[in-house]
Write a protein that binds this ligand. Structure first.
Ligand code: AMP
Length: 564
């Protein structure tokens, strides 16, 4: 049985070295020495995601629960905790510091008999995740309190970080994949095999155990284990996409949210693009999935919310549905979802990922035949190599308020987690916005001495004020970051912790995927996936875009429904 302290020491060492190869070596050596049952837990720990999506467990621990547990376990006032947090910015260091100075009370009065093991900590985490209902907060606090009362300061540092699933040791999915491959290379594991198995199962623990047993190649798609979704690349134009693919399977790019549906008999599980289990939030999709004529199936598709005017409603409204835990039915009545299935991954006990799309589609059509009760189960698909035909479908999709087209290669296999050339998306190019930089945030880690993200504002023509539209952090190279930091350093008006207020003087041209309504910003709008395109030295503040332009672009977005 391996102690949690040994794991904490590993994390400390991994955190201390900077090279990713060194980190991988350390993790690999640790994993290789574990018992099988600990191995799967340790993999999840290192990745900082405690439970694979198949378990449908969510920790639900935020800073308030964490600090309450710490305060109770160590008998320290809450004020001290927030002070330390302000000084360090790291909940792990705060926990370590508080435990160091612990005054034994309550649970802490228990003598620590044996050191905490990896398994002990995991069992408490499972209890925390399982706690539900009215008293769940108390149960979560009590379990964490117990752990902190038993932990030394190094253990506390990583218990705290695990509890909020933010490990900060600088190794991600790719690093753990390489570490698993290295640890079990003698059993035949390699990085490619581990990646393949992980893309199919999304469960690194399961993959590591298989790697150790030498059975990696046998891992395949499994019901209730979400598989990484196949993704689309951006096509240049309809004609170039058809030029690449030839005769293509042409589908609307629906304006909704991706869903992966696992059906076994009447049992249905639905996973979001981020692999969250969202089944409980989407009752009408569960009902729709039950109509599928198969014993078991994994289906891929888009959940779309259609407004009263027949047009798709904004993506953020759909997200509300995905996130809703209580009063689901009430929100479902306000924002009903419809399902458009476009792919089949698994059927009656077997993976069909290796079949060409044309065959998968034929199977999908058989099991999801249009049903008068739910005519929208299947996404429409047209096979064609004609630019005119594709352009006509594109116009229809945009007229209906959707995003554009996806052109798919009918001969392609289902490639989990891959953004390849077999799915090409065609969307109208969004006009960019010219916005004023009104604030910034200092970066973290490698970017700590740079201003890494920039707060943007649009002009309120009535008052002349600049209205907040949120931050942009992408599209900025490391070199540009240094230059921008130097430039903005001179313009800092006020420092508030990690954030600074900037004297409005510089305009960024910003591209984005979509404009969304947002109560969080004074403009009332935010950009989805903003990306800095250029610094517009050539523009004066008065030339920055106004709120009116933002609103008009928002309204013009693919003729979206305003009915919700
Ligand atoms: P993007 O998010 O821009 O990379 O585009 C890919 C997303 O488009 C997928 O993840 C789906 O959620 C969505 N989508 C909408 N319609 C389709 C379709 N017919 N086939 C595949 N993906 C689609």
């Amino acid at each position: 049985m391996t102690s949690f302290l040994a794991f904490a020491k590993l994390c400390q060492n991994v955190e201390a070295v900077s090279g990713s190869l060194e980190k991988i070596d350390l993790v690999a050596a640790f994993l290789a020495g574990l018992e099988e049952a600990e191995l799967s837990v340790a993999c999840s720990y290192v990745m900082g995601t405690l439970f694979p999506p198949s378990l449908n467990l969510v920790m639900g621990v935020g800073s308030s629960i964490l600090y309450e547990a710490l305060a109770k376990a160590c008998g320290c006032p809450a004020g001290q905790i927030s002070e330390m947090l302000r000084a360090t910015g790291d909940p792990g260091l705060v926990a370590a510091g508080i435990v160091e100075k612990r005054r034994p009370i309550g649970f802490a009065a228990f003598q620590r008999t044996e050191p905490l093991s990896i398994k002990d900590v995991y069992e408490r985490f499972v209890a925390i995740a399982r706690a539900s209902g009215k008293r769940s907060q108390d149960a979560k606090v009590k379990n964490l309190q117990f752990l902190f009362s038993q932990a030394g300061s190094l253990e506390a540092r990583y218990i705290a970080r695990l509890a909020i699933e933010d490990m900060r040791i600088g190794i991600g999915e790719g690093g753990v994949r390489d570490a698993v491959a290295l640890a079990f290379s003698e059993s035949g594991a390699d990085a490619e095999g581990v990646e393949r198995a992980y893309n199919l199962t999304n469960d690194m623990g399961l993959v590591a155990v298989a790697a150790r047993r030498g059975t990696l190649a046998k891992l395949s798609v499994m019901i209730n284990h979400p598989i990484k979704m196949m993704l689309a690349s951006l096509g240049e134009s309809i004609s170039s996409a058809l030029g690449e693919i030839g005769t293509a399977a042409i589908e609307w790019k629906y304006d909704g949210a991706r869903v992966q549906i696992h059906k076994e008999g009447d049992r249905v599980a639905i996973f979001s693009r981020r692999m969250e289990n969202v089944t409980a939030s989407l009752p009408e999709i569960v009902l729709a999935a039950r109509q599928i004529k198969a014993k078991s199936a994994i289906l891929d598709g888009e959940a779309v919310a259609i407004g009263k005017d027949g047009r798709p409603v904004a993506f953020q409204e759909i997200l509300k549905r995905f996130r809703r835990k209580y009063n689901v039915e009430k929100l479902a009545a306000q924002i009903p979802l419809r399902l458009f299935l476009f792919d089949l991954i698994y059927l009656d006990g077997k993976s069909v990922t290796h079949l060409p799309l044309s065959e998968r589609r034929a199977l999908l059509e058989k099991i999801a035949t249009q049903n008068p009760a739910n005519p929208s189960l299947l996404a429409d698909q047209v096979l064609s190599d004609s630019v005119e035909a594709a352009e006509e479908i594109y116009r229809q999709a945009l007229n209906a308020g959707h995003e554009g087209l996806i052109l798919k290669n009918p001969a392609s296999v289902y490639a989990p987690g891959k953004r390849g050339k077999n799915w090409l998306k065609i969307k109208p190019v969004m006009e960019t916005l010219d916005l004023v930089v009104i604030g910034a945030k200092w970066g973290e880690g490698r970017r700590a001495s740079f201003l890494g993200s920039y707060r943007l504002g649009c002009r309120d023509t009535a008052t002349g004020n600049l209205l907040d539209m949120g931050f942009v952090a992408t599209g900025i190279t490391d070199e540009a970051l240094a230059e921008l930091t130097d430039m903005f350093r001179e313009l800092i008006l006020l420092e508030k912790g990690m954030e600074v207020e900037i004297k409005p003087a510089v305009i960024f041209e910003v591209a984005y995927e979509e404009i969304q309504r947002s109560p969080n910003y004074s403009s009332g709008y935010a950009l989805r996936f903003p990306r800095m395109v250029a610094v517009r030295d050539d523009k004066s503040l008065e030339e920055a875009d106004s709120l009116e332009r933002v609103v008009s672009l928002y309204k013009g977005q693919r003729g979206r429904s305003n009915s919700v």
